[in-house]
Ligand binder design. Structure first.
Ligand code: NAD
Length: 297
């Protein structure tokens, strides 16, 4: 094992050259963070194979991995994400929580959009990226999954429900916006399909909707606190398929980075924290994640 505090003169010269050429370095601090285990995998000169090997090398040394997934992990299952070019959400922005509560017309738009979304989610199956995470679980390297998705595909792939923190809830159940009473989503959908316009809670009369978190709605502490705990106790943080533009999910990698642990990002488009990652791979998760996991022993 080389001495991690020794930084060669050659390394420093190369670093300065990249700084001049406009690249940002790992953790914004080239000298402090130029450790032999830290690869410059987000720099374009590395081949995809090298990036995959770098990611596998970091994962190989981790035994308490926290994974944060976003809508991007499910696009290969046929569910569009939110921010990719061409996403249907760009022409049809989601109804926010305040509008849902205060505006009958917004609630109609909500139910109309949900009908299309429910059909997509109902047809979707886990893809190779979801299954690769199950392999990681079987290797006993996974501390847990934090997902922004409400599609239930991690559980369908084989994770126990208690291993998946659904930050933004689930679209498989319905919930009352007033008392929190839960019911089956398919039952509620049947009421809508039968012509009910504004389905209300049988217990308190509050508006019912899917048990997901709308923009403007608070992520409950029952999900956020365990997610923060995972981020502050894991030994590697892996982001898959998230633009990291939605809070509080976007702050979780920063909680992990306070302890100087490795960060790996697998996302089709660059994120605003790629420069903080030890390895960044801008490719499809379903194509690269199985290749990374296959390298682990
Ligand atoms: P986002 O749409 O903001 O970002 C998704 C990211 O995934 C993009 O940066 C894109 O480049 C990347 N991506 C797309 N396909 C990919 C692939 N095959 N492999 C790797 N990366 C890929 O999504 P977000 O960060 O999760 O935030 C959006 C919000 O919308 C979340 O709150 C989420 O709850 C919600 N949402 C969920 C679903 C779902 O449950 N499947 C679908 C749409 C939106």
């Amino acid at each position: 094992m080389p001495d991690t505090n020794i930084i060669s003169q050659t390394h420093l010269i190369i670093l300065h050259m990249f700084q001049i050429s406009g690249y940002t370095f790992i953790r914004n601090d080239p000298v402090q963070h130029l450790l032999p285990t830290r690869k410059l995998s987000h720099l374009p000169m590395l081949t995809l194979q090298q990036q995959i090997e770098d990611a596998a090398e970091l994962l190989q040394h981790a035994h308490h991995i926290a994974v944060l997934t976003g809508a991007g992990i499910s696009t290969e299952s046929g569910i569009p994400d939110f921010r990719s070019p061409g996403s249907p959400w760009q022409d049809n922005p989601p109804v926010g929580y305040k509008a849902f509560i205060t505006d009958a017309e917004a609630r109609q738009r909500y139910w109309q959009t949900r009908r299309n979304l429910s059909a997509q989610v109902a047809l979707a199956h886990p893809n190779a990226a979801h299954y690769a995470l199950v392999e990681l679980e079987k290797m006993q390297r996974l501390a847990g999954i934090i997902t922004q998705n409400f599609d239930g595909l991690h559980q369908d792939a084989g994770h126990l429900p208690e291993r998946v923190i659904e930050l933004h809830g689930t679209s498989r159940e319905a919930a009352c916006t007033l008392c929190g009473n839960r019911s089956s989503m398919s039952e509620l959908q049947q009421r809508i399909d039968a012509g009910e316009i504004d389905p209300c809670c049988p217990l308190c009369g509050g508006y019912m909707k899917a048990a997901t978190i709308l923009f403007g709605q608070k992520v409950p502490d029952t999900a956020l606190l365990p997610a923060k705990k995972l981020a502050s106790t894991c030994d590697l943080f892996l982001v898959i398929g998230s633009s990291l533009k939605v809070t509080p999910a976007s702050m979780l990698p920063h909680i992990a980075l306070r302890r100087e642990i490795p960060l790996i990002i697998i996302n089709l488009q660059p994120t605003s924290i790629d420069h903080l990652a030890d390895v960044t791979i801008n490719q499809k998760a379903g194509e690269v994640l199985p290749r990374i996991i296959a390298l682990l022993r």
